[in-house]
Design a protein around this ligand. Structure first.
Ligand code: ADP
Ligand code: MG
Length: 289
């Protein structure tokens, strides 16, 4: 009877929009007590748009947009797409970038129009007026990145990523199932806490400014504290954490690497389905016992 109940659970999962890698996954789903949520693309839509451009004194806004946009055009990061699209819309066609380099969790570097351009968190020194503009944007939950060239930070670009309409409800549901929701992101702490506030996650349960390769350490740390951890993620960055978690839930809207690493795939990318998955597995296994 056991395999039959599991098969039924798996079939019911498919109806709910949950793809289950194997029936044995339901067992780990039942034990989960902590749910780690990646921010970008999981709690938020991941579809960012360019909001504002601030330039340091003496710098030209159009030039900044053109050079930053040209470089970001070569990256697939949601921030990069927003900047490239925004720059193209505001300045017209973008020049070509050479020697493009992606610095995971930090930004991009490369050569555009003979200049060594960098965008992201790659400058140690940033003029105070730019830092101020960035802080203000971050307090509103926007992501601010610094752009510059030839060793100098020259402007700040802000991008906004909307929190998914269903995320707050999903966090509520997870909590009512007795789970502790945790937010995990490479993004800045101020932005992360603004998003956490919006969906109802306590600031003490926010892990921010975590480099891609360190996301897995956050999962391990929670496991060492005795927690059974589910991780929900969508990006290339999240694959290791998804694989290490006791249960990996991949957003079906995410990258192939994430889907590959997950135990479950939430087809529609709706976080409420994470709660459905846990409810379903508890019910299925209760039927068996
Ligand atoms: P998340 O964990 O939210 O998915 P990432 O780890 O991918 O975020 O990135 C962390 C931070 O690194 C971003 O918030 C941004 O400041 C910077 N960053 C990463 N990629 C880029 C890029 N292509 N352009 C500009 N900044 C970037
Ligand atoms: Mg992400």
């Amino acid at each position: 009877a056991t395999p039959t109940a599991l098969m039924v659970g798996t079939g019911r999962g498919a109806q709910l929009g949950i793809l289950i890698k194997g029936p044995e996954v339901l067992e780990s789903t039942r034990r989960v007590d902590t749910v780690v949520l990646d921010k970008t693309g999981t709690v938020t839509t991941g579809r960012m748009t360019l909001q504002a451009v601030y330039v340091a004194e003496g710098e030209d806004e159009k030039e900044l947009l053109r050079l930053a946009g040209a470089l970001e055009h070569a990256s697939e990061h949601p921030i990069a797409r927003a900047i490239a699209a925004g720059a193209q819309a505001r300045t017209g066609s973008l020049p070509a970038a050479e020697h493009f380099e992606n610095v995971p969790g930090q930004g991009v570097r490369g050569r555009v129009n003979g200049r060594e351009v960098a965008v992201g968190r790659l400058y140690d020194e940033v003029p105070p007026e730019l830092t101020r503009a960035a802080r203000e944007a971050e307090q509103q939950g926007r992501t601010a990145v610094v752009a510059g060239w030839d060793g100098r930070a020259r402007g700040v670009l802000t991008v906004a990523d909307a929190v998914k309409e269903t995320s707050a409800e999903a966090v509520d549901e997870l909590r009512s199932l007795g789970l502790t929701p945790v937010l995990l992101t490479g993004d800045n702490r101020t932005v992360a806490e603004a998003v956490a506030r919006t969906v109802g996650i306590e600031a003490t349960h926010v892990f921010a400014e975590v480099l891609p390769e360190d996301k897995v350490d956050v999962v391990r740390r929670l496991q060492r504290e005795g927690r059974t951890v589910a991780m929900v993620g969508d990006g290339v960055n999240d694959a290791a954490a998804l694989a290490t978690a006791d249960l990996g839930l991949a957003m079906g809207t995410g990258t192939d690497a994430a889907i590959e690493a997950g135990d479950l795939t939430l087809v529609r990318g709706d976080l409420r389905v994470a709660a459905d998955a846990i409810r379903l597995s508890r019910r299925t296994l209760a039927t068996i016992k």
